[in-house]
Design a protein around this ligand. Structure first.
Ligand code: NAP
Length: 238
């Protein structure tokens, strides 16, 4: 990964912090973005922090352009940014919740894909990995807005995959269940953490996981799977 330029949205979050560190360990040039991220969050020569609000189209365009201006290329987009809100039925969901879930979970993805795809195509071996949610394929009561826009994100990414096959660009979306992050432990202190997905442990043994094997055979097109451990495997992006 040493010659790769990787752009990570939501790099400072519970999952994002782990993924960003893993990419940095590979020697890749990593640009991590969120609203409040700073250089001190991931000290090291191959990390660049970009403070960006991904719900603003112009800011996202500028951010991608600044990656290109500084490093001359973009090889990997890891789109982790998302937001969660639940607890209300569809009938109880207000406009603000609907719009927030839309903006964080799908509009941000649209903005960054639109800006980044032309550059990823030039890479010749571009890679997009987005993080959706298991709820995108398994609806759950009281999560209507979140689920709707995570499902939309999955379709958006899969569409990008189909549109860019000719350039050797792959686009994949990972659909995790509950992840063991500090925020989740705080929000659900009585849950059984051992049942949650551990971002810091395990790795996707390609072919050995029943859900992984058939999907990975489609790797060059598009796939969704339930093994976010694959996110720990830089090979996914190599
Ligand atoms: N945690 C889970 O159990 C779980 C389960 C399934 C799927 N997921 C998905 O996995 C992804 C990561 O989850 P997480 O729990 O790690 O999330 P998180 O801890 O809430 O992190 C969210 C990140 O996004 C950034 N962010 C929020 N709004 C932003 C905006 N408008 N513009 C730019 N950056 C913004 C935050 O940093 P700033 O505050 O600095 O902007 C932070 O870096 C999300 O897409 C989530 O939906 C999570």
């Amino acid at each position: 990964m040493r010659d790769k330029v990787v752009f990570i949205t939501g790099a400072k979050g519970g999952l994002g912090s782990f993924i960003t560190r893993r990419f940095l360990e590979t020697g890749a040039t990593v640009v991590g973005a969120s609203r409040s991220i700073s250089q001190q969050d991931f000290p090291g020569p191959n990390f660049t922090a970009l403070a960006v609000d991904f719900t603003k189209a112009v800011a996202v365009n500028d951010a991608v352009q600044s990656v290109i201006s500084r490093f001359g290329r973009l090889d990997v987009l890891v789109h982790l940014l998302g937001g969660f809100r639940g607890g209300e039925s569809v009938a109880e969901t207000d406009d603000a919740t609907w719009e927030q879930m839309r903006d964080l979970n799908v509009t941000s993805g649209f903005y960054v894909l639109r800006a980044a795809v032309p550059h990823l195509r030039k890479s010749g071996k571009g890679r997009i990995v987005a993080v959706g949610s298991l709820t995108a394929v398994e609806p759950h009561p009281q999560l209507g807005a979140y689920i709707t826009f995570k499902a939309a994100l999955a379709m958006l990414v899969r569409t990008v995959a189909l549109e860019n096959k000719d350039a050797g660009l792959t686009a994949n979306v990972v659909l995790p269940g509950t992840i063991d992050t500090p925020a989740n432990r705080k929000a659900m202190p009585n849950a059984d953490f051992s049942k949650w997905i551990q971002p810091s442990k395990g790795r996707c043994e390609f072919g050995s996981q029943p859900h992984c094997r058939p999907r990975l055979e489609n790797h060059r097109d598009s796939y969704s799977h339930r093994w976010p451990q694959c996110m720990n495997e830089p090979q996914l992006c190599s």
